[in-house]
Design a binder for this molecule. Structure first.
Ligand code: ZN
Length: 500
């Protein structure tokens, strides 16, 4: 096989993979928004088939031969082609080591897992979920053996979501993070706690939806190439940059929850919409890592959406939509009300400070699960003990404890750390962005979000998967991952909210 033939095979495979991924993404979106309950089992089989098909393409002998021809060509390739080879090689290596029938079985298992988890959580019955969870963990351990464990068996799972990430690197960030957060929680005890007592009443869902649409559009989510729908758990699916689906959920008694979910998902969605379409041919029209993805959603949700400047912009919109509650309310009052810090049981409802402790809890449990120190059946007890240590609370039941998150039912082990890393990265990007846009606060207060979005596109979105995440951060911020910007940002906010 000569170089030209090899390139043709690789480009064709990338094209086919793009279409398979697009179809899988759409089926996944449908599964969480529209699919009738009775359709779950057959859909799981179909998604298993698509997963297997992707593995088959990336491990086909002719494709692997083409890839090795390209690897040998080295300097004859363009920079983009060389990067394409690195990324494809990473994926192919991962898939090649797993027997196809096991890979397909795993896809079917996790596609069914979600509905079993959902029922278990509704019935507050961990035993109902335990057999499935045990099987998912056993299969994940089996896969780790195929891949070959690094210094820690969990490393290979972390690497999946953020190439190059290891337990050693995460520990080096999470230990000082935990210390800093505990210090902040101590600090705010001496402050004046804000109140959200004025947020009382019934907030019509239609009006909440109008606000969500208007504000997400102002932030830069483009509805010509996107949709906003409703789901039990808000999420984003990028089918292509021209078709990005975000979801939110509405509560009649809380006008903020739907908005923050929408802004969070819009942050993900803006990234997906701004991916460089000229990299599609190389298979690099994709986000660089889950943590960087999460840095975008966190940046929009928290750093913009929970800032005083943002509420200078948004309070009048709320006063228009819900005059009975917000007419005459100051931006300062809303700003303080949406930044109350208080240890709580549920991760997705946690404030910016304690949120990271919820992630550290899951990270520590996952490490133990894969080092063999913890078994699935012992998770509820281990969960409750960690909650007591980290947040000083004990869940009254498993629905509000170990059963609260969907991730494990989908086999997403190694994923949780990306949420806290996303917070760390978002604060690093924010410091760099403020240096370039010193009038950030004025722009936000006036609803002029375009320059901010343009900065993120230039420094994050436009790369696609052209470089590794740490290099992207280094170029954008001039530093290696570091928790200080996040701790500084949180301390500033706490001082302001708690009047310290
Ligand atoms: Zn997110």
């Amino acid at each position: 096989m000569n170089l030209e033939q090899a390139k043709q095979i690789v480009f064709e495979t990338i094209d086919t993979l793009f279409h398979l991924n697009a179809a899988s993404a759409l089926m996944g979106w449908d599964m969480q928004t529209m699919l009738p309950k009775g359709g779950v089992a057959d859909r799981a089989e179909t998604m298993g088939y698509f997963g297997a098909e992707q593995q088959r393409l990336l491990t086909a002998p002719v494709f692997l031969e083409a890839l090795s021809v390209l690897k040998e060509a080295g300097a004859e390739l363009s920079e983009l082609e060389r990067r394409m080879v690195v990324v494809l090689n990473r994926d192919a290596e991962r898939l090649r080591k797993i027997p196809p029938e096991r890979y397909r079985a795993f896809h079917v298992l996790v596609a069914k897992g979600e509905s079993i988890w959902r029922e278990a959580r509704e019935k507050n019955d961990f035993e109902l979920f335990l057999p499935t969870l045990s099987e998912i963990i056993a299969m994940t351990r089996e896969f780790i053996d195929y891949w070959g464990a690094g210094a820690h068996p969990y490393d290979v799972l972390l690497d999946h979501y953020e190439p190059g990430l290891t337990v050693e690197k995460v520990d080096a960030l999470f230990h000082p993070l935990q210390e800093g957060l505990v210090r902040l929680l101590e600090m705010l005890k001496g402050g004046k706690a804000p109140s959200r007592a004025f947020v009382r009443g019934s907030f019509a869902v239609e009006r909440q939806k109008t606000l969500s649409l208007k504000i997400s559009e102002a932030l830069g989510f483009d509805y010509t190439y996107g949709r906003l729908d409703t789901s039990a758990h808000p999420f984003t699916v990028g089918i292509a940059p021209t078709d990005v689906r975000i979801t939110t959920r509405y509560f009649e008694d809380d006008p903020f929850s739907s908005l923050f979910s929408t802004i969070h998902e819009a942050g993900h969605g803006i990234y997906e919409q701004r991916l460089p379409q000229d990299l599609k041919r190389y298979g690099l029209m994709s986000p660089v890592s889950m943590s960087v993805h999460e840095s975008q959603s966190r940046f929009y949700e928290n750093i913009i959406g929970r800032s005083f400047a943002f509420w200078t912009y948004a309070t009048p919109l709320f006063a228009e939509a819900f005059p009975e509650v917000f007419a005459g309310v100051d931006a300062e009052d809303v700003f303080r009300a949406v930044n109350i810090v208080e240890p709580s049981l549920i991760r997705v409802e946690a404030d910016e400070v304690t949120y990271n402790l919820h992630i550290i809890l899951r990270y520590e449990l996952e490490k133990q699960l894969f080092s063999g120190a913890l078994e699935a059946k012992d998770l509820p007890e281990a969960w409750n003990a960690s909650m007591q240590t980290l947040l000083g609370l004990v869940p009254p039941d498993d629905a509000r404890g170990v059963l609260q998150d969907v991730h494990w039912s989908s086999g997403l082990f190694g994923y949780f750390p990306s949420y806290a890393l996303g917070n760390i990265y978002a604060a690093m990007l924010y410091e760099a962005l403020r240096r370039d846009l010193p009038d950030f606060d004025r722009l936000v207060a006036e609803g002029e979000f375009a320059p901010i979005r343009a900065w993120m596109t230039e420094h994050v979105h436009a790369y696609g998967n052209r470089i590794d995440p740490l290099e992207l951060l280094e170029r954008a911020t001039g530093r290696a991952p570091d928790v200080e910007p996040l701790l500084r940002y949180l301390e500033d906010k706490i001082r302001r909210v708690y009047r310290l």
